[in-house]
Design a protein around this ligand. Sequence first.
Ligand SMILES: Nc1ncnc2c1ncn2[C@@H]1O[C@H](COP(=O)(O)OP(=O)(O)OP(=O)(O)O)[C@@H](O)[C@H]1O
Length: 258
Amino acid sequence: MTNDDGLIATARGLVKTYGTGETAVRALDGVDVDFRRGELTAIMGPSGSGKSTLMHCMAGLDRPSAGDVVVDGERVSSMNERGLTKLRRTRLGFVFQAFNLVPTLTALENITLPLDIARRRVDHAHLDAVIEAVGLADRLGHKPSQLSGGQQQRVACARALVARPAVVFADEPTGNLDSTSSAEVLGFLRRSVDGLGQSVVMVTHDPTAASYAHRVLFLADGRLVGETVDPTPQSVLDALGALRATGAASVAVSGASA
Ligand SMILES: Nc1ncnc2c1ncn2[C@@H]1O[C@H](COP(=O)(O)OP(=O)(O)OP(=O)(O)O)[C@@H](O)[C@H]1O
């Protein structure tokens, strides 16, 4: 399983089909993928290539049509709804493009919300480390409406990390942010891996965002078609260009000119 081999999550033979008959869409077409513990892994690919579907199947937000998903030693693909809810609540962290903060709660209350829901004690040393890492110590009493977009997303990142999840899944975490705020959020996600030992999987369209990762995986037409290790924005752009040139990605790569 995934505990002793340096892998935090794996998928084997992952297939996801939406709909039936002539209108069926094969969003994932037999994906085998490994995500390493203690790494930031980015998933890239053209619009419609299956990035969100892959992340949702890995995180138990969507059910695969076939194949196996194992996260932190748990076979996600065969869990019932109750098991999935518990897994998401106790072992996974999520960051979405829309920050999804509770507007009536302060930044600090939003950050500790997952622990409150799970009725878990707050590990104050870890909470302080997370707050320090996101640079929000002087904003903890503010409501989301009193924070910038970048600050709100840093609250969302802190919320995802506070329960020490096995994996944080981030779906376009910088999609709503300007370049300065994006750099802050991505820098934080990377530091959470390097400094706090977190494992993060991030879907992005942006080569600059992907360059914060240890490894970038490329999807096209529901298949894994390549990867780049220790990426730079340019090496990601080059890889996307090469994929297009070889026909692996038959549609334009959105956001590739960033
Ligand atoms: N709930 C659904 N019902 C039907 N088809 C779906 C559903 N969700 C996704 N699809 C289809 O599955 C394919 C993969 O979608 P997915 O959202 O995973 O792609 P993506 O790479 O994340 O795209 P984008 O970059 O545009 O967000 C697309 O053809 C999409 O239209």
